[in-house]
Design a protein around this ligand. Structure first.
Ligand SMILES: NC(=O)c1ccc[n+]([C@@H]2O[C@H](COP(=O)([O-])OP(=O)(O)OC[C@H]3O[C@@H](n4cnc5c(N)ncnc54)[C@H](OP(=O)(O)O)[C@@H]3O)[C@@H](O)[C@H]2O)c1
Length: 445
């Protein structure tokens, strides 16, 4: 795998090819699957219809599914590094080791998997989600480790796009090792979408998350908004937070809701950097939960002086104004990128959501819809620059799931090119629940 991303660390804030068989979970949440020394042996079999035409055996494709699963489980926790999974097959095609990259500075997935495989790796195959790196970062080159272990074949999913780490496949081929790239590339890209987006597009991957009533309201007419969705949805949303480097709201949400934006509901992990986008910092309260010291807070505005009443610990960054006199979204994102933010969870209200969509700065949407009607109050999305139905922002549905009494919808903006699950049916996350399941959900409070 690649070493540290060129996009840099979290400094300053403290804080293509073939596709194939059925989908594996990209962007998994919750408890990562166990990363054991060796999973039950899965010997090579004749190519199934699902793998026919792939330059990889059935055992290799199965191993790649597992490697993608390992990588996806660590999405968002390896910043500034990519998340990578690796499975080692012995010469008969049986799984003898697996590993994933756990944290920046820690051993790369290939090294972990080789250690677990031990001598069984000799003359075997390494199946890895990202092209093995070829450079000396904080750890040695994986291409060299694979050669030293006597690996005879390497199957990878996604070529390393960074100049300093690429070339691993070439160096392996030069050493006489058989190398195939592009296997389950779409799934592997999705599993590693934050890092790939940051290095390829030079801006964070942005997930817009909201909780709304069935008629699309995110607050009532009197602005009360706690709680529209149930406990299960809120817990899931906190898991999303734990996966993202930063979480952003507009000044309107700070004024209306006094959000804290930390991790609760039993979700643990690294609390994201909190970001407030303000047109008029003077209107922000001097005392608010978001200014506490539980995680870094960044205030992005056009006028730092107007935020002089805020606590010193708030990291104030000046951003040029856009046409409407408010902070320009693209410039604000460049500031976050420069500070090592690879992924951003947009949790703002309708105004900021509209500004981000107008700027083309949303990649994915997670909406929690509660079986509740209000008939009045702000809608989830304000002006997004859409005047007529034909201009509506169409999304590709990735999954639907019931969470307690709520419905969770996950969709991709068209043009988001950091992968989606390979497979015959991309709605891999869709569950059908019985009425009994739905009634058991926590009530909306
Ligand atoms: N259910 C949910 O998921 C959810 C989530 C968040 C909020 N809400 C609800 O949404 C309501 C607040 O809505 P809101 O629209 O005011 O919140 P918002 O979108 O979070 O904040 C809007 C404010 O952001 C600031 N801003 C900074 N740069 C901007 C830019 N480039 N474009 C647009 N705005 C920019 C402006 O502040 P200045 O006024 O300082 O110029 C603007 O008034 C509350 O009732 C809250 O409960 C619901």
């Amino acid at each position: 795998m690649s070493g540290t991303a060129k996009a840099g660390g979290t400094g300053g804030l403290g804080g293509a090819g073939a596709s194939g068989a059925t989908g594996s979970p990209g962007g998994a949440q919750g408890t990562p699957p166990p990363c054991t020394g060796a999973s039950p042996a899965s010997p090579a079999t004749a190519a199934s219809p699902a793998t026919a035409g792939l330059p990889a055996s059935a055992a290799e494709v199965r191993a790649m599914h597992r490697a993608v699963e390992l990588a996806a489980a660590n999405l968002g926790v390896t910043t500034p590094n990519p998340t990578v999974g690796c499975v080692i097959l012995d010469r008969s095609g049986a799984v003898v080791g697996e590993g994933r990259h756990e944290f920046a500075g820690g051993p790369h997935a290939e090294v972990v998997a080789l250690r677990r495989a031990g001598r069984a790796a000799f003359a075997g195959t390494a199946v890895v989600t990202l092209e093995p790196c070829n450079h000396h970062g904080r750890t040695g080159p994986c291409a060299q480790a694979l050669r030293a272990a006597g690996i005879r074949r390497v199957v990878y999913a996604v070529a390393d796009p960074t100049a300093n780490a690429s070339g691993g496949a070439e160096s392996l081929r030069a050493a006489g090792i058989s190398v195939t790239g592009g296997v389950l590339a779409e799934s592997a890209r999705r599993a590693n979408r934050f890092w790939l987006h940051a290095v390829e597009r030079r801006r964070p991957y942005i997930t817009w998350k909201f909780g709304a009533t069935l008629d699309g309201r995110v607050a009532a007419a009197d602005r009360s908004s706690r709680w529209i969705t149930g406990e299960e949805s809120r817990r899931d949303a906190h898991e999303l937070r734990a996966r993202h480097d930063a979480v952003l709201v507009g000044a309107g949400t700070v004024r209306a809701d006094d959000p804290h934006l930390g991790l609760r509901h039993g979700v643990t992990g690294r609390a994201p950097v909190r970001v407030v986008l303000a047109g008029d910092p003077a209107s922000l309260p001097a005392r608010a939960r978001i200014w506490d010291d539980s995680a870094p807070t960044v205030l992005l505005s056009c006028d730092q002086a107007a935020g002089g009443h805020l606590p010193d610990r708030v990291h104030q960054v000046t951003v040029p104004a856009g046409a409407d006199g408010r902070p320009d979204v693209t410039a604000a994102l460049a500031e976050l990128s420069a500070r090592g933010v690879h992924s951003l969870l947009l949790e703002g209200g309708p105004t900021v959501a509209g500004a981000f969509l107008r700027a083309g700065a949303v990649d994915e949407v997670v909406g929690y819809l509660a079986p509740l009607l209000l008939g009045a109050g702000p809608a989830a999305l304000a002006d997004a620059g859409v005047a007529t139905l034909a201009d509506g922002i169409r999304l590709d549905l990735l999954s639907t799931r019931t969470l307690g009494r709520d419905l969770r919808l996950n969709a991709l903006l068209r043009g988001t090119d950091t992968g989606r699950d390979d497979g015959h049916d991309t709605h891999t996350d869709t569950h059908t629940h019985t009425d009994t399941d739905t009634r058991r959900g926590a009530p909306c409070a």
